[in-house]
Design a protein around this ligand. Sequence first.
Ligand code: PLP
Length: 385
Amino acid sequence: MGRHYLQIPGPTNCPEEVLRAIAKPTIDHRGPEFQAMGKRVLENIKPVFKTKNPVIIYPASGTGAWEAALVNTLSPGDRVLCFETGHFAALWQTMATELGLTVDFVPGDWRHGVDTDVLAERLTADTAHEIKAVCCVHNETSTGVTSRIGDVREAMDASGHPALLLVDTISSLGSIDYRHDEWKVDVTVAGSQKGLMLPPGLSFNAVSDKALAAYETAGLRKSFWDWKPILDANASGFWQYTPATNLLYGLEVALRLLEEEGLDNVFARHQRHSAATRAAVAAWGGGLEVQCLDEREHSGALTAIRVPDGHDADAIRKLILDRFDMSLGAGLTKLAGRVFRIGHIGWFEDLSLIGTLGGVQIGLSLSGVPIKKDGVDTAMEVLER
Ligand SMILES: *Cc1c(COP(=O)(O)O)cnc(C)c1O
């Protein structure tokens, strides 16, 4: 009875208006109705990235947009600097290596964001400017840590290094403050199924003028991901292949909902739910710990919670799914069984957070984690303030 609680940090719950838009009949993707919609969506997407430049939309998962960012700007053997902030940063650097790039992977403990001191050191030491790109994951969905991209930009500017800045915002766009133009990001990678409140299936590259210039000499092979044919077709509101028509209907509505709420209010809502969740974790005690260790880096989109030794986070998640029909995020690779993740991202409000935390509280208690049963009350006090 009732609805399924989908409290993983993506895919997220979709507003009913979005789902209704997606359910409309499919139209001719070469006809005038599509053309008008294509033009609107390509324009309306820009404010979410805070950019005036083009945004390329692919019918693909976020992983595809990762690949697009690399193959459109870089050449075989190019050196790229990546930071091990967690599972997704590790996957992106593996992809870069597989594509024939030379990756410098700065190790990390999965509890902090990009270390801007190390970034500054590496760039300053690279006087020959061999590093062609710096790749950062803005919001590490595996750890609940948000890297400070504004500080990354400052460190890059201070070093006077010309490397491109490529940023993965797949789980932060539309949920955490992000500024493509102001932070002079060259390619921003995003996906539909997290902060944008859509089902999976769309992904994005927002590009800078510098990225478009890098495209001209980028030697990695590409076909489907090639920016140019898409940008050419987009100029008249079309794609050269069949776009995901119905997801674009949904995107148009989702963008309107974000605009109506106001991006700053959207970000504040996410931060507030994150703060209430952390207050619950602290009140539960029992050896639970928030995975993120830096007060400046707590993610508004999700909270990853470490379970005490002797407890299995996956067993706790299974109990909660069986008992309350609520899905929580699993610990990924290095964190498997060690953490569970509460998604408080997308189409989400106070009462759903209270329900979510209530399910987690009972689940922890039934699993024998020695918590105090006042996490939900404490979260409610935060929400009341
Ligand atoms: C979800 C996610 C991805 C992967 O996106 P897919 O759509 O599953 O390909 C990559 N990076 C981050 C930060 C993510 O949250």
